[in-house]
Design a protein around this ligand. Sequence first.
Ligand code: AMP
Ligand code: MN
Ligand code: MN
Ligand code: MN
Length: 279
Amino acid sequence: MSLYYDLHTHTHHSDGLLCPRDLVREAHASGIGGIALTDHDVTSGLEEASESAQELGLELIPGVEVSVTWGGQTIHIVGVRIDPAHPGLQAGLVWLQAVRHERAEAMGARLSRCGIEGVYQGVLRQSHGVIVGRTHFARYLVEHGFAKDIRQAFTRYLRKGGSGYVATKWASLGEAVGWIRAASGVAVIAHPARYGLTSGALRRLIEEFKEAGGEGIEVVSGSHNAEEVERFADLSLAHGLLASAGSDYHGPGETRTAVGRLQSLPARCTPVWSLWASS
Ligand code: AMP
Ligand code: MN
Ligand code: MN
Ligand code: MN
């Protein structure tokens, strides 16, 4: 069997819906060789995920998705094969968790000025882990009839320009890549098509990322169409980056791509997992 990985997934330790055990079960049922659990700015789901994966014979790769502010916008950097116990990485994540809580409180205040009361408290009750994210707000707004679906909750309230939006300064690109590398991990630019960057800005991002020690980019992603897969395959080759594949699965019904059900990387790419797996 040729090894294939899904290197980008979430659980309810951040803004996913499933507990780590259920995520691992679903991944195993998909027939994939291994997954990375990459919750936003937190690693608390990894222990349960590793235990479940071991029981089922699935390879579980410890990961994290770090929130970064670069060029005035939010960029996500995935770290795979990290040592989650690394103190420098954890110090960085603890700081981002605090930033998230401050932002959530400010978002709650903004929404209450629009007549939507009690969101912050409601969101805290619903988030299972230490992470509060906009997806928790979106689910609350849908459940309470302020939006018909998650997408509309983002458009109306939560995306830049929305009435509940609060601008946030996350980690710098250098910090995020530095924490991941210090923790022996491989840094990967997540879902590059999602940022709406011009080709010049994308080139600058990749140059700075590589200078900081970043090594990979998602070529196959749950949020990439077939054309974007080809485009980022070319880009990975042009810049000497390893190619990653990740569903960005958040749970049943919330993402187009289910865990493990990914299209193949184009054959010309060198997969990130060539660093540790022999095919
Ligand atoms: P945060 O990191 O808390 O700002 O939230 C970002 C998360 O919100 C992403 O990881 C996605 O899970 C989700 N998200 C962002 N934009 C949208 C959107 N337009 N529709 C649905 N989910 C979104
Ligand atoms: Mn998310
Ligand atoms: Mn992301
Ligand atoms: Mn993600």
